[in-house]
Design a binder for this molecule. Structure first.
Ligand code: PLP
Length: 405
């Protein structure tokens, strides 16, 4: 039994009002709300255990270190990594991708070597590669998609050359909701001996993820999109690759020995964690993962799948509705346009009805270009979204359509 009422009670913010209307929060792809359990962790750790980790001999420091490292183990278990050495804490998806882009390109690539991304990437999986392209003369190649928003795998395979060194692709599109066939994408790359980075920002909250089963070389995600706090995220990397890559930033924690002549680096994963880590955030993140594990990722995926089908059906009843992205496998997100109503107008008027959606290019301007539009309205769901909220969205859109008649 999926106890949606009980679940919603775990998220205090869901019972607030905006403009005297009940909040209908449908901006979960941007960030998810936090259960009481996670917020309480932050408060109680600051009040009772706060001390800098790893360096202290005193009781609190050791306790904080213990909690932080137990959190790493919880993340390892959640994505089924082989070892805690493969779990690097970062600030989020963006920093994780920048880390790989920076360390991989400078150590594994030469001018003219190629990275493959897809047309539906978030800017954070485009711009870090472009920055490296400017510095090191590497080349970006782009997997195209069909009009339903599905990547063209034949075209993908044709992009490989002797110079292809890395594939970096999103698991789930934050605009179209497309669930990409990531096992096949990884399998094809591995046939060419090329490693794959998976942007898991939009998959980790919605489906079970097993990095070993996927055989992903890197998998990255943000805590705040999976019911955890902002400012913490994860880079999973196979030990083989993390050992090969040089440090991303320098400072405390990541060193073994420092002299003015030469510095040696700490073992994995600390080699990539310069400075004081977010040891409170890591514990809150592990509790967020614990919370969703308790609900069951399979149950969450099944519940959200039903919501997705219901929302798609109901939205299609609206005259002039155009849904962007009609892939066979979708998750979490529906982007749409209605008649000639500008997405910004739609979003602003929905907001007045208490309905929070996102409008614009969703940090995916090249995708907007491919679709021939400037932006969309995006409704995105979470484990606490209800059919009643989808009904409110549909009624809100119909009301706004009337105003524009
Ligand atoms: N990748 C995808 C697919 C996203 O949806 C997002 C955020 O919306 C990001 C990367 C960037 O995440 P963050 O801003 O948490 O680093």
């Amino acid at each position: 039994m999926y106890d949606i009422k009980g679940i919603r009670e775990d998220f205090p913010i869901l019972s607030r009002t905006v403009y005297d209307k009940p909040l209908v929060y449908l901006d979960n792809a941007a960030t998810t709300q936090k259960p009481r359990f996670v917020v309480n962790t932050i408060v109680s750790e600051y009040y009772s255990v706060n001390a800098n980790v790893h360096r202290g001999v005193h009781f609190l420091s050791q306790q904080a270190t213990d909690l932080h490292e137990r959190s790493r183990e919880a993340v390892r278990k959640f994505i089924n990594a082989r070892s805690v050495s493969e779990i690097v804490f970062t600030r989020g998806t963006t920093e994780s991708i920048n880390l790989v882009a920076s360390s991989f390109v400078c150590s594994q690539m030469k001018p003219g070597d190629e990275v493959i991304v897809s047309v539906m990437e978030h800017h954070s999986n485009i711009v870090p590669w472009q920055l490296q392209a400017e510095r090191f003369g590497i080349v970006l190649k782009v997997i195209p998609m069909n009009d339903r928003g599905e990547l063209l795998l034949d075209e993908y395979e044709r992009l490989f050359s002797k110079r292809t060194k890395l594939v970096s692709v999103t698991h789930v599109s934050n605009v179209l909701g497309t669930v990409n066939p990531i096992e096949r994408i990884i399998g094809i790359a591995h046939d060419y001996g090329v490693p794959v980075l998976v942007d898991g920002a939009q998959s980790i909250p919605h489906m079970p993820v097993d990095v070993q089963a996927l055989d992903a070389d890197f998998y990255v995600f943000s805590g705040h999109k999976v019911y955890g706090p902002t400012g913490i995220g994860v880079l999973y990397g196979k030990e083989y690759w993390l050992e090969k890559l040089p440090p991303y930033q320098g400072g405390g924690e990541m060193i073994q020995k420092v002299t003015f002549e030469k510095t040696t680096f700490n073992e994995l994963p600390f080699k990539f964690e310069a400075g004081t880590p977010d040891y409170i955030g890591s514990v809150a993140l592990s509790n967020a993962l614990g919370y969703i594990s308790m609900l069951g990722m399979d149950q969450i995926a099944e519940y959200e799948h039903q919501l997705m089908c219901y929302a798609t059906e109901r939205l299609k009843e609206i005259p002039g509705m155009r849904i962007l992205g009609e892939a066979e496998h979708k998750s979490g997100v529906i982007s749409f346009l209605v008649g000639n109503i500008h997405p910004f107008d739609m979003g602003t008027l929905l907001d007045r009805l208490g309905i929070a959606v996102r409008t614009g290019h969703h940090c995916a301007e090249p995708l907007m270009h491919r679709l021939g539009i400037e932006g969309t309205v995006r409704a995105s769901f979470a484990l606490y979204t209800t059919k009643e909220e989808i009904d409110a969205l549909v009624e809100g859109i119909l009301r706004i359509c009337k105003m524009f008649e």
